[in-house]
Design a protein around this ligand. Structure first.
Ligand SMILES: Nc1nc2c(ncn2[C@@H]2O[C@H](COP(=O)(O)OP(=O)(O)OP(=O)(O)O)[C@@H](O)[C@H]2O)c(=O)[nH]1
Ligand SMILES: [Mg+2]
Length: 385
């Protein structure tokens, strides 16, 4: 992998910075990959700025990436396409602090049409500031095997799957992530199913966790530019309906105990309690993610994730020491009414806290909603080659 062809500065800075976007559906492995790519680029001496995004506030992804030491700006309260100016401002803020040579942006996992509404506007309006890398769209392989009908299992409604497939349609690179979860035969079946439906796209298979395929993928991102084709067509009515089928919940909780407790066990217990309630309500989880940041400590955090109803909550980052007090962030996205998610999380918090003798969990802020109709700031269906 060679260094990106960038000179530093962006959106008001001097020279051209590289803009890399790693998209893909909820839980596909984007944030994990952003962390790996950022570490790889930083290891080569490049200044990197990260931009996270969500429909709500209090983002697990921002906490995860900052805990890894990366300069990260977040855009809460709407997706990149609807908050395009905020995206440019976030790049500008990072430029003032760090002058990144490379920006890596992670869009919301329920968004599509990002080529026409984000990368083409960047190229048309801020072409002096950014060169745009090929757009990668990640897929979780187990979820994708179900979406493409190769295997059976819990999935989403048709309009949610419309968004999922539109994301792949606009990809320059389709990245089968977490390939460590599949044996060679299943991986080949998935690759063939994606290629049959999307013959134009280049398909890669990677594992951020095990470091498989990353060098080849990152080299393509660093060395190539996004192709300049005609943007795909999108039915914004179906897209809006699909997004509105997803319930969204973001909340923060203060934890305090008289005796220090095992924070990793608490995260796992809480995730299982939420999962049990979602399974009972037949609400397909897209992604439940939580971070626990101890009040005392050197910035390490615990992270737990659940990406399907029929999976187990996984501890992506563990806390080494017992915790006496800390801040919990919960982000939950599932195909269910927002109040179903609110009830599941409140009940699960009470049930999990009860298992830890002196632990008191106090909810500080909770928002739950359905994402609103996407109304992009700009939409360009083409860009000059
Ligand atoms: N087995 C395996 N798991 C992975 C890999 N990469 C990510 N994961 C796990 O997949 C889950 C989701 O990862 P994230 O990186 O948070 O996914 P995301 O796409 O950013 O999720 P959203 O931002 O909610 O859309 C976490 O439990 C990760 O640890 C991988 O290479 N292999
Ligand atoms: Mg993420």
């Amino acid at each position: 992998m060679t260094a990106p062809k960038s000179k530093g500065g962006a959106a008001g800075g001097s020279g051209t910075a590289q803009f890399i976007m790693l998209g893909g559906f909820l839980g596909a492995g984007k944030t994990t990959a952003v962390g790996r790519l950022a570490a790889r680029l930083a290891g080569r001496g490049l200044r990197v700025g990260l931009i996270t995004n969500d429909q709500g506030r209090n983002l697990v992804d921002t906490a995860v990436l900052r805990s890894q030491g990366f300069a990260t700006e977040e855009i809460p309260g709407g997706c990149f396409c609807c908050r395009f100016n905020s995206l440019v401002e976030a790049a500008h803020r990072l430029t003032e602090r760090k002058r990144p040579e490379v920006f890596i942006a992670e869009p919301v996992g329920s968004c599509t049409d990002l080529v026409a509404t984000v990368t083409y506007p960047l190229r048309r309006l801020y072409g002096e500031d950014f060169t745009v890398a090929p757009v990668s769209v990640l897929v979780d392989p187990i979820r994708a095997l179900r979406v493409f009908g190769v295997e059976r299992g819990g999935s989403f409604s048709e309009k949610v799957l419309y968004i999922y497939l539109k994301q792949l349609e606009e990809a320059d690179l389709v990245v089968i992530s977490k390939c460590d979860l599949l044996d060679a035969a299943r991986l080949e079946s998935l690759r063939a199913a994606i290629a049959a439906r999307f013959p134009r796209q280049e398909i890669l298979a990677v594992s951020s966790r095990q470091g498989i395929g990353l060098e080849a993928w990152f080299a393509k991102i660093a060395d190539e530019e996004q192709t300049a084709g005609r943007a795909m067509e999108v039915d914004y009515g179906v897209y809006a309906d699909g997004e509105a089928l997803l319930g969204w919940l973001n909340c923060t909780v203060q934890l305090a105990a008289l005796e220090a407790f095992d924070g990793d066990n608490f995260l796992r217990e809480l995730a299982s309690q939420v999962q049990k309630r979602l399974q009972a309500g037949k609400a397909e989880v897209a992604h439940l993610k939580m971070t626990l940041s101890p009040e005392s400590g050197l910035g390490e955090i615990g992270v737990v994730n659940l990406v399907r109803n029929d999976f187990v909550p996984e501890l992506a980052m563990a806390l080494e020491q017992p915790v006496a007090s800390g801040r919990l962030i919960i982000n939950l996205r599932a195909e269910a009414a927002p109040d179903v998610l609110g009830t599941a999380v409140r009940e699960a918090l009470a049930a999990a806290a009860e298992k830890f003798a002196t632990l008191k969990a106090t909810l500080d802020h909770l928002e739950h909603f359905r994402p609103g109709k996407p109304t992009p700031t700009h939409r360009f269906d083409r860009v000059a080659a």
